[in-house]
Design a protein around this ligand. Structure first.
Ligand code: C2E
Ligand code: MG
Ligand code: MG
Length: 715
C-alpha cells in the first residue's frame, strides 16, 4: 500500500519544521550569547589589566618621585633614622613588596626593616642595574613585580636612588576577583535570557499545538467525514449520517452542498431502482425485481424448513385482444387482471406472498409457507382456483364485454427444484401444459411435463412439411337432417398419419399448429382440399341434392384477415358453389373483437358461404351473443348433447338455444350424437342437423365416397 500523508500529517510536518527552525534559532542565539559572554570577559580582562597597570604605574611613579624628594635631605645628611622612617611608612602601604634606598654606587642603605640585614650589600637582582643607572624615573615590570626607581638628587648631583616594588600578583588577584564577579553577573544575565527564550519556545510550541488542534477540528475532521460519506455513497449507502454543520464558512457551505447532493443522488437512485424494478403499466414488481426477490428468498429458505410455490398465470388468447381491439384495450385488460390478481393474492396468498408481471400477459405469484405448520400446495391450489374463477368473469373494456381465461402453472420448492432458474422453467412448462390441456385451468408441474414439452417441440418440427410429404389428410364426418334423416353434408376433419406413430388426432396436433402459426399454412390447404373433394361428391351424386362441406377455421386464420380472399380463391379454383361451403368457427375466435369478426363474416356470407359457430355453449358468449355476430348456424357442443337425456338443465339449455336460434333464422346443428335417444329428443325439439358417432364416424375420403352411392340409405 502506498503511504499517503494526510492533511493532518502534512500540517504536523509543517508545524514540526517551524518548531525545529525556532529551536535552531534559539540554539544559535544561546551559542551567540555564550560567545559574547566569553568575548566580553576577555575584553574586560584586557581593559582592566591595562587600566590597573596604568594607574599603578602612575600612582607608583608619583609616590616614588615624592619619596625621592623626601629622601634627598636625609640622604645628604645620612640620617638613617629619617630614611628608615620614610621607608617604613612607604612599605606599610598596601600592595608594596619592598622599598630599597641605595647610595650612588648601588649599595643598599635601607630597606624599611628594623635591622636592615642587607645594609651595605650591593643590589644584584636582575632589575638592579637599570635602577642604579637610571637618570630619571624608571619603571621595570616582570611577572610578579613592578619596580619603580627614581634617583635622589641634590641639585644637579645624584646622591643615590630609591626603588619601590609593587606586588603585581596581588593586583592580579583583585582583577580576577572583579572578573569573576563580572562573569557571574553575565551568566545571571544569560540565565534570564534563557528563561525568556525558553518561554518564547514554549509559547511557540503551544501555538503550534493550538493551530494543529484547530486545523484538526475545523478542517481535517470534517473533510475526513465527508470523504467517509462519499465512500458510503459510492457503494450505495445513502443512510450513513452526514456531518451536519451550522458553520457559515466555506466548509459549512461545502457540507451543506454535499448533503443536498447526497439527497439528490439518493433520490435519483431510488427513482432508477423503482423504474428498473417496477412494471410501468401495473406498478407491480417486474421480472428483474421478482428474480432478485426469488434468489434472496431461496438463499434464506435453504434448510429453513419452509416451502415456496410459484404460480405462473398467463392470460389465454390475450394476443387476440391486442390484435383486434388495439393496444389500449390490451393495457386496460392487463390492468384489470392485475387488480383482480392482487386482490386474490392479498386474500389467499399469505403475508409473504409476492406478485409480479413478467411483461406481456404473464403474471407470477410467489407464496410461502412453513413446512411444519402450513401447506403450500393447499395455498397454491386455493389461490389458483380463485384466480381461474375470478379472471374468467367478464371484463368491461371500452364498453365491451370481454371474456378471457387464464392458464396457471404451479411449481413447488423444494419438491420440484431448488434453483430459481429451474423453478421458473418448471412454472413455464406447467403453465404451458395448462394451456394445452384446456386453457382456463391450472396444473402443477410434474416431471412428466418435461417430456411432454419435448414431445411437443418434436411434434412441431415434424408437422412442418407434413402436408407436402402427404402425411396429412382429411376425414369426413357426415351431417344428417333430422326432419327427414337425409345426408346433407360432411365436416372435414384433419388427420395426420405419422410415419411411426400412426394416425394422430387433431386434438393432439391442432393446438401445436395453432401455437406455432403453422395453421396459417395448413388451414388454406385444408380448405382447398375440402372444396375439391366436395366438388367430386357433387359429380358422383349426379342430380341428387348437393352435399355441403364444412371446414374448421382456426381463430388465427380469422384474425389474419385474408380468410375471405382465401375462400374466394378456393371456390373459384375448385368450382364449388359458395353455398356448399360452410365455415366452422369457435366462439373464442369471434369474442373480443366482434366488430372485426363481423366485418369478415359479413364479407364471407355476402359471397354465399355459410358461417357456423362451433362448440356453441362452451364459451362465455351466451345466447345474447348470437344477436351481434352474423352467423348462419350454431353447433351445440357435444358436452350438452352427451347429457341431454340425463340432465334436465342441458335439455332446457339445448331447447332454449334451438328456439332462440330459430327466432333469429339460424340453423341449429347438434354434434356428438352417440345414441338413438339423443337423436330422437333432438328431432323432437326441432334441431335441424345432427352429427355424431351414432350417425357416422369421420371417414377417409374414399370410404366417405362409398356412403354417397345410391345403395347407402339414410337412417
Ligand atoms: P370439432 O370441430 O368440434 O370437431 C368435432 C370433433 O368431435 C371431431 O374430433 C370428431 O371426431 C368428434 N366427434 C364427432 N362425433 C362424435 C361423437 O359422437 N362423440 C365424440 N366423443 N366425439 C365426436 P376431431 O376430429 O378429433 O377434431 C377435434 C377438433 O379439431 C375439431 O373439433 C376441430 O375444432 C379441430 N379440427 C379438426 N380439423 C381441423 C382443421 O382442418 N382445421 C382446424 N382449424 N381445426 C380442425
Ligand atoms: Mg367442427
Ligand atoms: Mg365441435
Amino acid at each position: 500500500m502506498k503511504l499517503r500523508p494526510g492533511l493532518q500529517t502534512q500540517f504536523l510536518l509543517v508545524v514540526a519544521a517551524g518548531l525545529l527552525v525556532v529551536v535552531a534559532l534559539i540554539g544559535l542565539q544561546l551559542h551567540r550569547q555564550h560567545r559574547v559572554q566569553v568575548e566580553v570577559e576577555g575584553i574586560s580582562r584586557e581593559a582592566m589589566q591595562a587600566m590597573a597597570s596604568d594607574s599603578l604605574q602612575r600612582r607608583g611613579e608619583g609616590m616614588v618621585v615624592q619619596l625621592a624628594d623626601s629622601l634627598a635631605n636625609p640622604l645628604y645628611y645620612f640620617d638613617l633614622d629619617e630614611i628608615g622612617g620614610l621607608a617604613r611608612s612607604t612599605l606599610r602601604q598596601p600592595g608594596i613588596r619592598y622599598v630599597i634606598v641605595f647610595d650612588r654606587k648601588g649599595n643598599i642603605l635601607h630597606d624599611g626593616n628594623e635591622e636592615i640585614p642587607s645594609y651595605g650589600q650591593r643590589m644584584d637582582d636582575p632589575q638592579a642595574y637599570e635602577a642604579i643607572n637610571a637618570r630619571s624615573l624608571h619603571t621595570q615590570v616582570d611577572d610578579a613585580t613592578m619596580d619603580v626607581s627614581a634617583p635622589i638628587m641634590i641639585g644637579q648631583q645624584r646622591i643615590g636612588g630609591v626603588r619601590v616594588g609593587y606586588d603585581l600578583v596581588a593586583m592580579r588577584g583583585y582583577r580576577e576577583l572583579a572578573l569573576s564577579d563580572l562573569r557571574s553577573r553575565l551568566s545571571e544575565l544569560g540565565r534570564r535570557n534563557l528563561f525568556w527564550v525558553g518561554l518564547l519556545g514554549a509559547g511557540l510550541l503551544a501555538l503550534g499545538a493550538g493551530v494543529l488542534w484547530l486545523v484538526q477540528r475545523s478542517l481535517v475532521q470534517p473533510i475526513r467525514q465527508l470523504a467517509d460519506s462519499a465512500r458510503a455513497i459510492e457503494v450505495g449507502r445513502f443512510d450513513t449520517p452526514l456531518p451536519t454543520s451550522d458553520r457559515s464558512d466555506e466548509l459549512g457551505d461545502l457540507m451543506r452542498a454535499f448533503t443536498r447532493m447526497r439527497d439528490s443522488v439518493a433520490r435519483h437512485d431510488r427513482d432508477i431502482r423503482r423504474m428498473a424494478y417496477t412494471d410501468a403499466l401495473t406498478g407491480l414488481a417486474n421480472r428483474l425485481a421478482f428474480r432478485d426477490a426469488l434468489d434472496q428468498r431461496l438463499l434464506r429458505l435453504r434448510g429453513a424448513g419452509r416451502q415456496l410455490a410459484l404460480l405462473f398465470a398467463d392470460v389465454d388468447d390475450f394476443k387476440r385482444i391486442n390484435d383486434t381491439l388495439g393496444h389500449d384495450a390490451g393495457d386496460e385488460v392487463l390492468l384489470q387482471f392485475a387488480h383482480r390478481i392482487r386482490a386474490a393474492v392479498e386474500r389467499l396468498g399469505g403475508e409473504d406472498a409476492m406478485l409480479a408481471r413478467f411483461g406481456g400477459d404473464e403474471f407470477v405469484i410467489l407464496v410461502e409457507a412453513d413446512a411444519s405448520t402450513g401447506d403450500v400446495r393447499g395455498i397454491a391450489t386455493r389461490l389458483a382456483e380463485a384466480l381461474v374463477e375470478e379472471l374468467g368473469a367478464p371484463l368491461m373494456v371500452h364498453d365491451r364485454q370481454v371474456f378471457l381465461g387464464t392458464s396457471i402453472g404451479i411449481t413447488l420448492f423444494p419438491e420440484d427444484a431448488v434453483s430459481a432458474t429451474s423453478l421458473m422453467k418448471n412454472g413455464d412448462i406447467a403453465m404451458y401444459q395448462a394451456k394445452v390441456a384446456d386453457k382456463n385451468c391450472f396444473r402443477f408441474y410434474s416431471r412428466a411435463m418435461d417430456q411432454a414439452v419435448e414431445r411437443r417441440v418434436h411434434l412441431e418440427q415434424e408437422l412442418r412439411g407434413a402436408w407436402d410429404r402427404g402425411e396429412l389428410s382429411l376425414a369426413y364426418q357426415p351431417f344428417y337432417r333430422l326432419s327427414d334423416g337425409l345426408l346433407v353434408g360432411a365436416e372435414a376433419l384433419l388427420r395426420w398419419k405419422h410415419p411411426e406413430q400412426g394416425v394422430i388426432a387433431p386434438s393432439v396436433f391442432i393446438d401445436v399448429a395453432e401455437q406455432s402459426g403453422l395453421i396459417e399454412t395448413i388451414g388454406p390447404q385444408v380448405l382447398r382440399a375440402a372444396c375439391v373433394d366436395a366438388m367430386r361428391w357433387q359429380q358422383l351424386r349426379g342430380g341428387a341434392e348437393p352435399l355441403f362441406v364444412s371446414v374448421n377455421v382456426s381463430p388465427r386464420q380469422l384474425r389474419n384477415g385474408d380468410l375471405p380472399q382465401v375462400v374466394t380463391d378456393c371456390l373459384r379454383d375448385s368450382g364449388l358453389a359458395p353455398k356448399h361451403l360452410h365455415i366452422e368457427l369457435t366462439e373464442t375466435a369471434v369474442i373480443g373483437d366482434e366488430a372485426h369478426a363481423s366485418r369478415l363474416l359479413n364479407r364471407l356470407r355476402a359471397s354465399g358461404v355459410k358461417v357456423w359457430l362451433d362448440d356453441f355453449g362452451t364459451g362465455f358468449s351466451g345466447l345474447s351473443h348470437l344477436r351481434r355476430v352474423p352467423v348462419d348456424g350454431v353447433k351445440i357442443d357435444r358436452s350438452f348433447v352427451a347429457d341431454i337425456l340425463r340432465d334436465p338443465d342441458d335439455l332446457a339449455l339445448t331447447t332454449a338455444i334451438i328456439a332462440m336460434a330459430h327466432s333469429l333464422g339460424i340453423t341449429v346443428v347438434a354434434e356428438g350424437v352417440e345414441n338413438e335417444g339423443q337423436y330422437d329428443i333432438l328431432r323432437e325439439r326441432n334441431c335441424d342437423l345432427a352429427q355424431g358417432y351414432w350417425l357416422g364416424h369421420p371417414l377417409p375420403v374414399e370410404e366417405f365416397l362409398d356412403l354417397l352411392r345410391p345403395e347407402s340409405m339414410p337412417v
